[in-house]
Design a protein. Structure first.
Length: 288
């Protein structure tokens, strides 16, 4: 992208922080003296819905919309949304993508055996089409930095390496747009993303490739991580009501969710997808 103009398309699903990411990048651009136009499509921004945000900056910008083949960079918070957005990227553009996959229930051909109708993680194949692919497991990086919910800010850190905005502008934009209680985690996540190297993606891909392996046997039971401090228990109960295998229930006080049938879990991910508070994480069993 040019020193005085550029465009960024941010894509993902509801709950990942697409709109906040775009707002931070737009704010950083303004702090560097650019005219900025921004537009979002977030009518489906409940957990699982597709969300996109267009951002253009320059000396004078008259429209926020990015035409097909004109995006200088795409920031994709979810793997399938990266593939969906590829036609927007210009030749020579940069694709920044988290290898996280958020699987809609319709993608499961067979819950019990783990059969999916969903694009596999194949960054090396993608590089044959887009030479500049910067991939990482942003959720894992954010977790190591202090809070996995800041995965969108990890990708902003990666984006900052290809944008003509100063580190001070990025930091001031994060301070201005992120709630104070989450500021420390987001600053750490941004720094971790900015420091990422190519080997980080290779390690993440090696782990995810193993989880893609199928088989004829019943899928091994997953482990579920529930963060009590974030869970509203019976006041919400979405995960308990939606679990197709009846794996979840409430504790004695009904203030938090508990796993009641661990062996029945098929790692379909519906509970994690629908939780509005990011309080539950599904850890699929990795084949031996």
């Amino acid at each position: 992208m040019g020193a005085r103009s550029g465009s960024v398309l941010v894509v993902g699903v509801g709950g990942q922080g697409v709109v906040l990411s775009s707002a931070v990048a737009a704010d950083a651009a303004r702090r560097c003296g650019f005219d900025v136009k921004q537009s979002e499509v977030h009518g489906m921004s409940q957990r699982g819905g597709v969300v996109t945000s267009h951002l253009r900056y320059g000396d004078a910008v008259h429209s926020p919309l990015i035409a097909a083949g004109e995006a200088d960079a795409i920031v994709a918070l979810e793997w399938n949304e990266a593939l969906r957005a590829l036609p927007a990227l210009r030749p020579g553009g940069t694709l920044i993508v988290s290898v996280e996959r958020i699987l809609p229930p319709s993608a499961f051909l067979d819950r019990l055996h783990g059969a999916l109708r969903y694009p596999p993680i194949a960054v090396d194949l993608l590089r044959g089409t887009v030479p500049d692919v910067r991939a990482c497991d942003a959720t894992a990086v954010a977790a190591r930095a202090g809070d996995r919910r800041a995965m969108n800010t990890v990708l902003l850190g990666v984006l900052s390496r290809v944008m003509p905005f100063s580190e001070t502008a990025w930091d001031d934009a994060i301070v201005a747009n992120v709630p104070p209680k989450a500021l420390g985690a987001n600053r750490a996540a941004f720094a971790a993303g900015r420091a990422l190297q190519a080997d980080d993606a290779r390690r993440a891909l090696a782990r995810l490739a193993r989880s893609d392996e199928g088989g004829d046997a019943r899928r091994a039971a997953a482990s579920l991580e529930i963060v009590d401090a974030w869970c509203k228990g019976e006041m919400c109960g979405i995960c308990v009501r939606s679990c197709p295998e009846y794996c979840l229930g409430f504790d004695a006080e009904a203030t938090a969710v508990r796993v009641t049938r661990a062996d029945a879990c098929t790692a379909c991910g519906l509970c994690e997808l629908l939780c509005p508070d990011f309080a539950i994480v599904v850890h699929p069993a990795v084949p031996a």
